[in-house]
Ligand binder design. Structure first.
Ligand SMILES: Cc1cc2nc3c(=O)[nH]c(=O)nc-3n(C[C@H](O)[C@H](O)[C@H](O)COP(=O)(O)O)c2cc1C
Length: 206
């Protein structure tokens, strides 16, 4: 079967993308608005964009009523955000913060998580998160203003917090970090079932 995306509705494209590109890691993004109200929301259109310099990216989509999400509005206003990593123990609280609370309502309070002042930027982190990346805005690439149009936010990592219990000999203990990934709809996965494949080495004549 072959499909041209121009013949699909945005919902149909969304279902193919989120059903095939998975599991997706989750950026739990904390921000402040211009007057200091805190905001926290999860985003699974998220990855590393660059290592040196270290850059993260995630994409808040335009919502059904063509409004920008609070996270995007806040980052446009302040130019900073924190990406908090979601361990399995935090998944219910993370999910709670995805509720469509009105602008100015703190998801930190609603989900019962503790805000932790950052070291370099004004946006706070999630104290319970075992890894937090403080970021300053590098650029926003907006793909349109219709519902489900993406706004790719690229942020330079300016400071990193790692709980020492999960960081040994320069490596993150991924079992202890115990992250979750998003599948489709309300479904998630853990990293508890994994396998190893050794990368091939080329012989001198290859
Ligand atoms: C696990 C998870 C991942 C999500 N990923 C995204 C995403 O990548 N992009 C997006 O626009 N919304 C995503 N959402 C929905 C937002 O979290 C939701 O719209 C939230 O209310 C936005 O909050 P804000 O308006 O405070 O920024 C996700 C929700 C969940 C539960």
């Amino acid at each position: 079967m072959e499909i041209s995306p121009i013949n699909l509705s945005s919902q149909e494209i969304y279902k193919i993308l989120t059903g095939s590109i998975l599991p997706r890691p989750i950026a739990w993004v904390s921000t402040c608005d211009a007057v200091g109200n805190m905001n926290l929301a999860p985003f699974s259109f998220f990855t590393v964009a660059s290592v040196d310099p270290p850059v993260l990216c995630f994409s808040p989509l335009v919502d059904d009523d063509r409004l920008e999400k609070d996270t995007l509005v806040n980052i446009r206003q302040t130019g900073e955000f924190v990406v908090n990593i979601v361990s399995h123990s935090l998944v219910d609280k993370m999910n709670q913060t995805s509720a469509p609370y009105p602008n100015g309502v703190s998801e930190f309070v609603k989900a019962g998580v503790t805000s932790q002042p950052s070291s370099v930027i004004d946006a706070p982190g999630v104290q319970e998160s075992l890894v937090r990346f403080e970021c300053t805005l590098q650029q926003i690439i907006s793909f349109g203003s219709e519902p489900l149009a993406g706004n790719l936010i690229l942020g330079n990592i300016c400071h990193i917090h790692i709980n020492p219990d999960i960081y040994k000999d320069g490596k993150v203990d991924v079992e202890a970090l115990d992250t979750v990934g998003r599948l489709v709809g309300n479904h998630y996965t853990t990293i508890r079932d994994h396998f190893e494949i050794v990368r091939p080495k080329l012989l001198p004549d290859e």
